[in-house]
Design a protein around this ligand. Structure first.
Ligand code: FEO
Length: 393
């Protein structure tokens, strides 16, 4: 428990040991479930709760602060890492009302069976007075669920942004102290959680432009007392501009695809194109997702298995498609033994990407001179495309 400003406290939990979120997303550095208490001269509000596994931490923090009554629990988002302790808090504080938007209310009822009479609904832009403190609610749907909203504490100029602007990073410091570490964690978080909703991210960033923000207080990771750092990073990640980079993600069974990848990556490097290469059977999907934030081009390297795509490559392509990166160009390289539909399968799985598909290069068996020449032509074509959109010399 820490004081952020007079009568504004951080009361959430640090989860040092968490290693996987949603049974999908790697958490190399754990995470935090931030919850905040705002004590006004007349009313007290708790902003979000914590994951149900850490309810005791939240409850202990409230006891240590001497909190006897909670008038409002502000729920920015119904996902259980922020709402999991809500039922317990409502038992301990039967006087509390849950303040949220209509969509979040429905989802809290679906997920946690919160009773109808507990809710107070707020509209976009509506304010709630705590006496000498005022909470203003700003609806920000789809960052990253349809229910998400943020709260601006007007007197202290604090933006409580929930998942938006957050980072999965367990740390003992209240505010960012190592910008390099936080940048990496926040970009990973953006890539995995926010990137599919890039247009909404841009729209909500525009909405926040009119606010004077002294502190950005997300629900994961450290707070930002220099909020321009994270807001500018989000603007960079979410803008339409791509970089002169190619992500080459591949798997190989007996070395043919690996030989092609090796030749192709060297060809790109010789042409002045930055490459990020990932071997998919042991990949950290968070790092792969991060690489997709900026890259102009993605190339999948895949062998043919049981007449189709290697399942490891198919998993990565499925994930990349779901993350909807701003990739402009894509292609496939790989090999086959006697036939198959690997290219058609993978190509069909990239439907969310608004990317131009460049001529794939597929070798029969081990790659020969013709195949290496085709890989050189693909590298030429990528450089040409990058030049056409003004990101390469
Ligand atoms: Fe941190 Fe969408 O929950």
């Amino acid at each position: 428990m820490r004081e952020i400003r007079p009568n504004v406290y951080s009361v959430g939990a640090i989860d040092w040991d968490a290693r996987l979120f949603d049974r999908l997303i790697p958490l190399p550095d754990g995470t935090t479930y931030n919850s905040y208490l705002v004590k006004g001269s007349e009313k007290t509000a708790l902003l979000d709760t914590v994951d149900s596994q850490m309810t005791d931490v939240l409850v202990d923090n409230l006891i240590r602060l001497g909190v006897e009554e909670i008038d409002y629990v502000i729920s920015h988002h119904s996902e259980q890492d922020h709402s999991g302790s809500l039922p317990e808090i409502l038992v301990l504080h039967p006087e509390a009302k849950v303040v949220t938007n209509a969509k979040c209310k429905t989802m809290l009822q679906d997920l946690l069976e919160i009773e109808e009479e507990k809710f107070i609904l707020v509209e976009d832009g509506q304010a709630l007075s705590l006496g000498d403190k005022t909470l203003k609610f700003i609806h920000t749907p789809w960052v990253h669920w349809p229910d998400t909203m943020v709260t601006y504490l007007e007197e202290e100029k604090i933006l409580f942004s929930c998942d938006f602007l957050g980072a999965h990073l367990a740390c003992s410091n209240l505010f960012v102290d190592d910008y390099e570490v936080v940048y990496e964690a926040a970009k990973r978080y953006y890539a995995e959680i926010m990137m599919p909703f890039r247009s909404q991210v841009n729209s909500h960033l525009g909405k926040l432009d009119g606010l004077e923000i002294e502190i950005a207080a997300p629900s994961h990771g450290p707070l930002h007392d220099k909020p321009a750092f994270i807001i500018d990073a989000y603007k960079d990640w979410a803008c339409d501009t791509v970089k002169n980079e190619v992500v080459v993600a591949y798997v190989s069974m007996h070395g043919s695809t690996a030989m092609m990848v090796s030749h192709f990556v060297e060809a790109l490097i010789e042409r002045g194109v930055k490459v990020r290469q990932f071997e998919l059977s042991g990949v950290d999907i968070g790092k792969l997702a991060m690489s997709l934030v900026d890259a102009a081009t993605v190339v999948i390297g895949c062998p043919t298995v049981l007449t189709g795509a290697h399942p490891v490559a198919a998993y990565a392509v499925f994930l990349a498609n779901a993350l909807r990166p701003k990739t402009r160009f894509a292609s496939i390289i790989g090999s086959y033994g006697w036939g198959g539909r690997m290219v058609e399968q993978l190509g069909g799985m990239l439907s969310n990407l608004k990317a131009e598909i460049l001529e794939p290069v597929i070798a029969k068996g081990a790659p020969k001179d013709d195949d290496f020449a085709a890989l050189d032509r693909l590298a030429d074509e990528i450089l040409k495309k990058h030049k056409e959109i003004g990101i390469a010399q």
